[in-house]
Write a protein that binds this ligand. Structure first.
Ligand code: NAP
Ligand code: MG
Length: 442
């Protein structure tokens, strides 16, 4: 579908939605309930709001209108990271939003399209812009922490898992920035490092007696150090143990470097703080870590090298139930945060939405991105009621599902009986109903 046409239909659909204003609890519209700026929760510092694409952009608007704006005098610095605006601004908006996140400290991001050839055609893009998440991660120099949202009735496939396991993935280097050669035949392969003054360090890789392949990896001390600090900071924030694993028995220089950096930073900067917080840092081999994770009850943070994190985070999200129940936060080593859902823009649902068909898209991870960001902002600005609001909204979401009202993706997974499948908007309004109870009950 052409982007211009998509945009037009979306606008129309949104106008229709606004015209048929949803009603809150007890059948009253929000305006009727007398909610106004005077009795809304105040904020001090604005959040950086990064809007996005497709179905998640639709959910974003509903979440704000139905679950946040009626309660919070929301302050945000708004950046439209929708693909059309990224193209119009030559992607300057993405860079500006990441810089704002560094300046203000807390951001919340909607899922965005990473353009490929199809998207370039669909939206008539000037060029195939880079992944916004990649750009933001590079500017913020952060580590991504992914955590499942656990509710009764959506049980993990691993019986022993009772608490969430958060994965921290190092997002630089290794196989993702490699150099490879297909070896055509007999010959010698060497690793060569040439210093600025011309001196060389050499290491034999293999004397080939026939064809084969070779691959070169690298990483940077400063990137590993940032990764380590982000992990230690986040563990302190969450008051959870930190696990880290590599294969340093085999890779005695490369993986050993990772271990050494973590050990050094822990001993020098975090040991005392960890003791005080009653948490521990635990290092083991990656295969041992995998075996232990499968037998654990969860409730810790698992720091992984780039490839391990890529593979293990997909394993964890499917084992915990659904990608739609995974939140994600990018944490930089100076304690700046960007919250988002782990899933994408749910394109297939969006095309159904554009055709006027009913959708049942799960908004839980996007709501938790908002509550994560609001709670962090509240903690930084010492706003008790804003923090309580974030807690109340999360309780409302969990209660809604546990009381049997959920989107279709969860209906397929749940062990609860007598559940009701709701459409995208009904689900948000079902949460709103519980939020009214939770909030008025405070
Ligand atoms: P996706 O948007 O995560 O969706 C993949 C499938 O997973 C959906 O078609 C849907 O399955 C299911 N799903 C995901 N989230 C769901 C939700 N909230 N509720 C219900 N079902 C959900 O991944 P994708 O289709 O590979 O990517 C779509 C676009 O998102 C791409 O343009 C990609 O670049 C972008 N993306 C962005 C981010 C980000 O911004 N962080 C991350 C990943 C992908 P059914 O269709 O079977 O119902
Ligand atoms: Mg992956």
């Amino acid at each position: 579908m052409a982007a211009a046409q998509a945009e037009k239909v979306t606008d129309q659909a949104l106008r229709l939605r606004v015209a048929a204003k949803p009603t809150g609890a007890k059948g009253l519209s929000y305006q009727d309930k007398g909610v106004n700026a005077l009795n809304k929760i105040a904020m001090k510092t604005p959040l950086v709001e990064m809007d996005g694409d497709e179905m998640t952009r639709i959910l974003w608007k509903m979440i704000k209108e139905d679950l946040i704006l009626p309660y919070v005098d929301l302050k945000t610095e708004y950046y439209d990271l929708g693909l059309k605006n990224r193209d119009e601004t030559d992607d300057a908006v993405t860079t500006a939003s990441a810089k704002a996140a560094l300046r203000l400290g807390v951001a919340v991001k909607c899922a965005t399209i990473t353009p490929n050839a199809d998207r370039v055609r669909e939206y008539g893009l000037k060029q195939m812009w880079k992944s916004p998440n990649g750009t933001i991660r590079a500017i913020m120099d952060g580590t991504v922490f992914r955590r499942p949202i656990i509710v009764r009735g959506i049980e993990p496939n691993v019986r022993t898992w009772k608490k969430p396991i958060t994965i921290a993935r190092h997002a630089y280097g290794d196989v993702y920035k490699n150099a490879e050669i297909v070896v055509p035949g007999k010959g010698k392969a060497e690793l060569v490092f040439t210093a600025e003054d011309g001196t060389q360090i050499r290491e034999l890789i293999q004397e080939f007696d026939g064809p084969g392949v070779i691959q070169g990896w690298h990483n940077l001390d400063r990137s590993i150090e940032s990764f380590a600090r982000s992990c230690f900071e986040y563990a302190l924030d969450e008051k959870q143990d930190l696990w880290f694993a590599t294969k340093d028995t085999i890779s005695k220089r490369y993986d050993a470097k990772f271990r050494e950096v973590f050990d050094r930073i822990y001993e020098n900067e975090y040991l005392e703080r960890f003791k005080k917080a009653g948490i521990c840092y635990f290092y083991t081999l990656i295969d041992d870590a995998v075996a232990r994770v499968m037998k654990s009850e969860g409730g810790f943070i698992w720091a992984c090298k780039n490839y391990d994190g890529d593979v293990m985070s997909d394993m964890l999200s499917s084992a915990f139930g659904s990608l739609a129940m995974m939140t994600s936060v990018l944490v930089n080593p100076d304690g700046k945060y960007e919250y988002e859902a782990a899933h994408g823009t749910v394109q297939r649902h969006y095309y159904r939405y554009l055709k006027g068909e009913e959708t049942s898209t799960n908004s839980v991870a996007t709501i938790f991105a908002w509550t994560g960001a609001l709670r962090k902002r509240a903690q930084l600005d010492a706003l008790k009621d804003l923090e309580q609001f974030a807690d109340a909204l999360e309780r409302a979401v969990i209660r809604t599902i546990e009381e049997g009202e959920m989107t279709k993706d969860l209906v397929l997974l749940t062990s609860l009986d007598h559940v009701k499948a709701l459409n995208s908007e009904e689900f948000i309004l079902a949460i709103r109903k519980r939020l009214e109870e939770e909030w008025n009950g405070i």
